[in-house]
Write a protein that binds this ligand. Sequence first.
Ligand code: WT7
Length: 650
Amino acid sequence: MTDEKAISVLLKEKRSYPPPPAFAKTALVSGPGARARLQAEAARSPEKFWGQAARRLEWFKPWRKTLVWRAPHAKWFVGGRINVAHNCLDRHLDGPARHKAALIWEGETGETRTLTYLQLHREVGLFANALKSLGVAKGDRVAIYLPMVPEAAVAMLACARIGAVHSVVFGGFSAEALRDRLNDAGAKVVVTADGGWRKGTVVRLKDAVDEAVAGAPSVTAVVVLKRTGTDVTIRDGRDHWWHRLTAKVSPDCPAEKLDSEHPLFILYTSGSTGRPKGVLHTTGGYLVQTAWTTRHVFDLRETDVYWCTADVGWVTGHSYVVYGPLACGATALMYEGAPTHPRPDRFWEIIERHRVSVFYTAPTAIRAFMRLGDEWPAKRDLSSLRLLGTVGEPINPEAWRWYRETIGRKRCPIVDTWWQTETGAIMISPLPGATAAKPGSATLPLPGIDAAVVDAAGRPVPLGQGGYLVVRRPWPSMLRTIWGDDARFRQQYWSQIPGMYFTGDGARRDKDGCFWILGRIDDVLNVAGHRLSTMEIESALVGHAAVAEAAVVGRPDELMGQAVAAFVTLKGGRAPTPELKDELREHVAKAIGAIARPADVRFTDALPKTRSGKIMRRLLREIAAGGAVRGDVTTLEDFTILAKLQKDED
Ligand code: WT7
């Protein structure tokens, strides 16, 4: 953990924006008093509060006990039996949602598809039976490596239906990254496509799967969706076309009556060590909190067209593209491609054409659009929008105001939602009809969530002071463990601050108690709203034949929040050429994925270390940011390195 001094109070944003009266009037939770009451009630008995939320779902068997907490292991809705796919689909078929659009999909190439709840239910039944025909049984792991197509949601729900555990791997990850995840999860089946569209070119997913599966002995079958018509090799006995497989089975597949704590999915995320962590989420609690938060944070109505722009490869895509909205019986839009393809107004055009009313995206996207100029959204009719949301990183007040004025046309409240892969669902956020928003602040913990800012001993710090963001009590959608590594689960989240879940973020609270997230304080970067481990990038770099040693830090980047900056020492005899820089950048992209490609590579004779041999990343961060090295350097072993590094700045 870095020193507490590093947590500085960054922003002093004063303005506050109460909910627009017209919005507040009809909101699910209306006015600050209503939120305060809800909050107080939930604080008195979080279990009662979450029990009430759980009763909105359909349980095959009621739970005996709402929570069993043996720190750091929680069990929610103990003894209850439930199925996520049943709640996202079957439950809506007897009511007015039967023929309502569940998913509206738009491909990058312009085609659209709408699946009603009834149609989606059928697709899921077919694919669930297809998985069964490949020998997939309850508890087996199924990897999903697909573009943003409806079949991604179908595959996830099909797993949930039969109690298989899915592990969605973002289609932008490399074959090597996929292989490691397949092996860690012990995946039996991989679901992929011949390709996906991105910025007008085909991403060759099946090729990556072939390469990955060659090194993943647990995989016995690969299902291939035809999406782009790209030529792929089909290996007899192992590979199966999706359309052939589903043509052979019935759409009737009963939903397994699963234990509330049955594993639902594994999702890999970066931690401060090189190896990605398989965050494990389970069934009942996860669905209760994703459904509650979707409904209340987005103030969701029957008539909304809700669009979350996240890829299903990230947790936001799990909780707020698929499970939350479908559990609420909402109409969710799904878009396959790049935000600015073929023109910078693609998103605004989609909003106009589909009459999107709730829009949820990331600050990095907002900043990118801001740069492209106001003329693009100005040309589009965005009057259908009534609520905007952001997630993934702190939003700078300037981008927040642009979002409010240029996209929301000053009519729409903005919800800045703080949460993590590990928390499974939103934890800190305004309720749009009740909470005054402050640009840059996620405002208040949701009812039933006990978030706090504390010092290293777990004592709350005074308002206005920076500290560690923790959660003091278990919440329904919390991660249950790290797949296959419970020791790491304990160590990573529960050992740093006694008795509390440590988020890895620094934060402060203002005089109103609002939370301001100050960013990660561990060795994790946040590039365009996605977590990357510095260690993982370092080990990729050291994997290159020319590299002796590497240190990776984040530096501020106007667009991406943070950019990857790498400091590299070369093996004897290797020349520090510009070509080698490019080669190293590509090497990282190939090893992990394009998202991890370093923005800067700097060659150096040596890295600044302490006498005990620890790399002084703080110094590198300051150098990477282009600033002078301030702060304490007394522990630095060799002062000449610092001078050289600063001189070498290009
Ligand atoms: C980390 C979690 C949760 C979905 C997307 C990212 C940062 C997330 C906010 C926000 C400030 C935020 C935190 C957090 N973060 N949302 N609204 N304001 N920071 O999921 O990859 O698990 O990353 O993203 O640093 O710890 P993730």
